[in-house]
Ligand binder design. Structure first.
Ligand code: SAH
Length: 224
């Protein structure tokens, strides 16, 4: 039996580096954040599996590779101020908090938001604010954001996110007009204020449910 530290190191090498994650800050952060603390005790043994894991309320903590890929796509710096939609377990927020200046993360399920907040506090992560809220409306109080990232897939980019994205800011989200399959999209605000779009590949995320996402109930229809 290997220790969790050893498994974390192997995850970073085999699942991230060998699949092309290059950003040293992302690799370092994922080597430091104890993913096992963000899953239920009975999933401890699976914490470093190459797969998403259940976190309750029909939601999942994303596969490590997807977390790394999304964060790498944001091109964070130590000065970045980040908005995450879909705190879930709080794991991705903890990873981003090691790279960026501040992370505001929103979660529509209050119970998940509470658990994520407690977990981050127990790990002494001081630069993340967790709010139970409909993230499709963003969080104007901390705007503008250099980076906005959604961990749930929606049919269009919510207006509020574009309003709260800083000049030269980067937005990464799964975008798609079905509940079960999306394209991971990166939008970068250019000098003129226009948006440049990069398609980063097909992905499967839980639905973004809210005023500017899918209707309530969409996330209890068997998508995981
Ligand atoms: N980043 C998370 C992954 C969470 S999965 C982690 O590291 O664990 C996506 C989360 O988005 C789910 O918890 C879901 O409840 C949440 N979600 C979906 N729609 C939302 C919305 N409109 N506002 C806030 N959270 C939302």
């Amino acid at each position: 039996m290997s220790t969790l530290d050893e498994r974390r190191g192997r995850m970073v090498e085999w699942q991230l580096e060998r699949r092309g994650i290059r950003d040293a800050a992302v690799l370092r952060a994922m080597n430091e954040v104890p993913r096992e603390r963000f899953v239920a005790a009975e999933l401890l043994d699976s914490a470093y599996d190459d797969a998403p894991l259940r976190i309750g309320a029909g939601q999942t903590i994303s596969q490590p590779y997807i977390v790394a890929r999304m964060i790498e796509a944001l091109r964070l710096t130590p000065r970045s101020r980040v908005l995450e939609i879909g705190a879930g377990s709080g794991y991705a927020a903890a990873v981003m908090a090691r790279i960026a200046a501040h992370v505001t993360t929103l979660e529509r399920h209050p119970r998940l938001a509470d658990t994520a907040r407690d977990c981050l506090r127990s790990l002494a992560v001081a630069n993340v604010a967790v709010h139970a809220a409909d993230g499709t409306l963003g969080w104007p109080d901390d705007a503008p954001y250099d980076a906005i990232v959604a961990a749930a897939g929606g049919p269009r980019v919510p207006d509020a996110w574009l309003e709260q994205l800083a000049p030269h800011g980067t937005l990464v989200m799964p975008l798609g007009d079905t509940l079960t399959r999306q394209e991971l999209v990166r939008l970068t605000r250019d000098d003129g204020g226009g948006l440049r779009r990069d398609n980063l590949g097909a992905v499967v995320f839980v639905p973004l449910v809210g005023a500017q996402g899918w209707r309530a109930g969409a996330d209890s229809e068997g998508v995981s």
